[in-house]
Design a protein around this ligand. Structure first.
Ligand SMILES: Cc1ncc(C[n+]2csc(CCOP(=O)(O)OP(=O)(O)O)c2C)c(N)n1
Ligand SMILES: [Mg+2]
Length: 364
């Protein structure tokens, strides 16, 4: 009996050593600077959204506002391996993806405040962030609406003979939209350079995904013969590695790819909704936030590997908090759009050479 127990303990010890070695090898694939940069990114997103939450509560931000708190590793992990000129398009829970794509906290915060100098001129708000310079094409409020647009972006990339790719984020609810299926089909037929990333946070507003689907999300790609995989979305390195390898496959001419990222939202659906309710319990949310916070998971991993000290963490946090405070202060001081701005960018028109332009500003 004693021998059996010893053998069992020995087996567990071997497994633990192997897991430890695998975890260390995974970290070794990144420079310490790259790892700290990923942590810094996620902290920036968290502090930015906490600030937005605060500003919303006192009426400085109006309209809809959906926080990504709890899902930061998806934005950080999926966007960091991309090139600057790769496109990102997404739904309405998109503050973090915009920041990940290199849009400045000032530009994004001013947009949330509805100010003229915001990234969409103050007329888009939280759900409609946009930056041509950063190849960030929104910010879309219609569930699944961005999916066929992503197929169009992929088609344009191919038509121009570029080696860029497009990453299209969507929520779990989007995979039940007809437009999703049409876009998947055409993307496969035309071999479009798009990674479709489904952020499965388990709920579409108050509806659990398990109540509205007979299959796992990742299986949806099989019908269109698009290679599909899934990763644990609270581990930023898993998301990073998956996206990096899919991006490489696409640039090698592989056609579209599909990635389900399993994650969880720690806040209510939008700022107007309670954190929990009849669709999920307070205990469920608290347990997830306690045990599966992507920032805590990554921070602890870096502590354990002695790649980060408490002092370094505090310094990073202070720096990003400063950036966020500056963005809010700046947004506050910016002018509101003018009355004329109301009529700008509403209709596109033709100029004398028959080219489309917007309100006198010709587009390249
Ligand atoms: C076509 C359409 N139907 C319904 C809505 C209302 N609506 C807004 S968000 C949402 C849930 C979407 O959930 P999911 O795609 O999982 O994204 P998450 O909010 O979890 O990020 C719904 C039904 C909408 N915006 N568009
Ligand atoms: Mg969802």
């Amino acid at each position: 009996m004693a021998d059996a127990k010893t053998a069992e303990q020995e087996k567990e010890a071997v497994e633990a050593r192997e897991a430890q070695a695998a975890a260390e090898a995974e970290l070794d694939a990144f420079s310490p600077e790259a790892l700290r940069k990923l942590l810094r990114e996620m902290l920036l997103y968290r502090r930015f959204e906490e600030k937005a939450e605060e500003a919303y509560a006192i009426g400085k931000i109006g309209g809809f506002c959906h926080l990504h708190i709890g899902q930061e590793a998806v934005a950080a992990g999926a966007i960091a391996p991309l090139r600057d000129d790769d496109y990102v398009i997404t739904a309405y829970r998109e503050h973090t993806q915009a920041l990940a794509k290199g849009m400045s906290p000032r530009d994004v915060m001013a947009e949330l405040y509805g100010k003229k100098t915001g990234c969409s001129g103050g007329k888009g708000g939280s759900m409609h962030l946009f930056s041509v310079d950063r190849a960030f094409l929104g910010g879309h409020g219609i569930v699944g609406g961005q999916v066929p647009l992503a197929a169009g972006i992929g088609w344009a990339i191919k038509y121009r003979g570029e080696d860029r790719i497009c990453v299209c984020f969507m929520g779990d609810a989007a995979v039940n939209q007809g437009a999703f299926h049409e876009a998947m089909n055409m993307s496969a037929v035309w071999e479009l350079p798009v990674i479709y990333v489904v952020e499965n946070n388990e709920y579409g507003m108050g509806t659990a995904f398990s109540r509205v689907s007979a299959t796992d999300i990742v299986q949806r790609s099989c019908a269109y013969d698009i290679p599909g995989s899934w990763v644990y979305g609270q581990d930023v390195l898993q998301v990073y590695k998956a996206t990096e390898s899919l991006a490489g496959e696409i640039r090698d001419g592989g056609g579209p790819r599909f990635l389900e990222v399993r994650t969880y939202r720690f806040k209510g659906h939008s700022m107007s909704d309670p954190v929990s309710g009849t669709y999920r319990s307070k205990d469920e949310v608290e347990e997830k936030a306690d045990r599966e916070d992507p920032i805590k998971i990554f921070r602890d991993r870096l502590f354990e590997a002695e790649l980060l000290t408490q002092e370094e963490l505090e310094a990073i946090d202070e720096e990003v908090q400063g950036e966020v405070d500056d963005a809010a202060q700046w947004a506050e001081e910016q002018p509101a759009p003018t009355e004329e701005d109301l009529y700008a960018h509403v209709y596109s028109q033709m100029n004398e050479s028959g080219r489309l332009f917007l309100d006198g500003r010709e587009r390249g």
